[in-house]
Write a protein that binds this ligand. Sequence first.
Ligand code: SF4
Ligand code: MG
Length: 335
Amino acid sequence: SGSLLKVENLTKHYPLGAGFLKKPSSVVRAVEDVSFSVEAGETLCIVGESGCGKSTVARLLMRLVDPTGGRVLIDGADIAGLTKHELRAWRRRMQMVFQDPYSSLNPRLTAGQIITEPAENFERLNRKQRNALAADLLQKVGMSPEMMHRRPSEMSGGQRQRLGIARALSLKPSLIIADEAVSALDVSVQAQILNLLVDLQQQMGIALVFISHDLGVVEHIAHRVAVMYLGRIVELATCEALFAKPVHPYTEALIAAAPVPDPTRVRLEAPVEGEVPSPVNPPRGCAFHPRCPLAVERCRIEVPPLVPIADGRVVACHVRAPATYVPAAASSSLA
Ligand code: SF4
Ligand code: MG
């Protein structure tokens, strides 16, 4: 009940435009029946290959798109039912850090203007207040206050991402959603930005939903990890448990493909044999079955349900986590 954020059976299908494929019933099944929760101050990482629906989850959380099904609850309230005023308050508590800070920062504004802009949407600041806020935010992200006069084009990639983080912090959010926030940066800069995010999160008690294809980065910062494959969560576990003993064959393959000692160097472009199938016509049954070494007949027919294993871990696999009868009352409390 006490979760800051709760996602229940979230689903997003995009209809395909006419003329792209002739079949009018075709949909992109971007997100399918996704459930998770995030506690105050917690880091939940969502990991998976590109095209698995991670970014769509982020957009659904921000209510930038509406779900096809399911719901997003903030402090128990469904964001679909929020009034304009409440949605504004929600957007204030939830901030986003993007992959490419350059394209998300207005090149015409100075750093000081960029990072104080969200606050000024909510309250009028005079020049002195604005400069004080900018200096404070820049210091929080490890930059000198003089940087407030620079423009994004006069900054390095790492500095721009610090700026993106400062901007996200400006409203003292309860939750930050970071979508591939370090993926565009050099490896050496990635570690600095990750450490900064984790430090700030701990100091300020901010919850973080960190979306990444990079398992090495995830291992470094996650409290819990949700592994997505073709729109669905296939395993969700504490970070320690997941890396110590992956249960889903896809998680196992991802981790096996990333045995690099320096966690900031891991790159998972195509860690598993075979291509990721299209979310337009995902394979029947378990979507992973065409690539899975353990697949049995049932995997081609039935979608495996997410089954609780131990320590809060859930896994969707007929072989590794066979479903047993769970009374309805008990199963409803699993998400
Ligand atoms: Fe592999 Fe079957 Fe498990 Fe899917 S359900 S991961 S195909 S064993
Ligand atoms: Mg993405």
